[in-house]
Structures are given as C-alpha cells and as structure tokens.
Design a protein around this ligand. Structure first.
Ligand code: DQA
Length: 147
C-alpha cells in the first residue's frame, strides 16, 4: 500500500520562490518529512513533482493499478486551470486531499476557483509546509483507523 504525493508546477522552486507567500522550506525537506512518517506507519511512499500537466495525468492514471491507496495533491497553478487532471482523478477514483501552502481564498480572485475541491476528501490550505503534514495525518487516519 502506498501514499503518493504529487506536486504541480513551480513547486520545485520552494524555498526561494516568493518566500513571503510560500515559506522557506524546500520541497526536498517537505518530502523527506512526509516519507519518514509514511514509512514509519508501514506504508510505501512515492513523490513526484512536475511542471508538465501530462506527466501528472499519466502518474495519476498509473496509480489505478499500482497499490496507491491515497494521494496528497498540490496541483499548484493547475488547481485553477486543469480539467484534465480533475478528470484523471475522477477516472481512477483514488481518494485524495487537495493541499496548498498558501490560502488561495485570501489571494487573487482567479485563485478562488479550484477544479479539485468538490472531488477531494478534504482540503488543507494556508499553513505552509504544515499543510502537507496535516494532510498526511488525515490520510494516515483514513488508512489505519483506530480500532
Ligand atoms: C498553491 C496556490 C496556487 O494558487 C499557486 O498557483 C501555486 C501554489 C499553494 O500551494 O499555495 O503554485 O497551490
């Protein structure tokens, strides 16, 4: 069983990209913390960042048959544009959490539409790197409910 973490465009620049909005944590440090917690919970971990919509579409499609049980997804700018990524998630029907470092609702009007929110199990936004950690808490709780 695997948790798959997907990061959309420009998130490879975390750490130096508009740090007043996105914070100073690098993507590598965020992913390392998620990997450690996921593996400690006995699950496999995989992460992918891409600036290319089709790469993310293809990884989501492949997740249907590869043991992926949950997806944490920060679609970044594709949040507001990508019917293709939305359709891929609908097609595979794997539960996912929409994650954002910033709070898109407190920013420009064009960030207030998401093609993902109504399909997501839930949304975590506005807490910087902690948004990912909170999303992982929720995913792990779903996958290993307390007995
Ligand atoms: C983002 C918010 C998006 O509006 C933006 O395009 C991003 C990052 C976030 O994590 O806050 O690239 O998804």
């Amino acid at each position: 069983d695997r948790i798959l973490v997907l990061h959309g465009p420009n998130l490879n620049l975390l750490g130096s990209r508009e740090p007043e909005i996105y914070g100073r944590d690098t993507l590598a440090s965020i992913d390392a913390a998620l990997r450690a917690r996921t593996e400690a919970a006995g699950l496999a971990f995989e992460r992918l960042q891409s600036n290319a919509e089709h790469v993310l579409v293809e990884r989501i499609q492949a997740a249907a048959g590869d043991g992926t049980r949950f997806i944490l997804f920060n679609p970044a700018a594709f949040t507001h544009t990508s019917v293709a990524l939305r359709d891929a998630l609908a097609a595979v029907a794997i539960p996912f959490i929409e994650v954002h470092l910033s709070n898109p609702h407190a920013r420009e009007p064009f960030r207030q539409q998401s093609y993902f929110s109504d399909l997501a199990v839930g949304i975590v936004a506005g807490f910087g790197a902690t948004s990912y950690s909170l999303a992982l808490d929720a995913a792990l709780a779903r996958l290993a409910p307390a007995s």
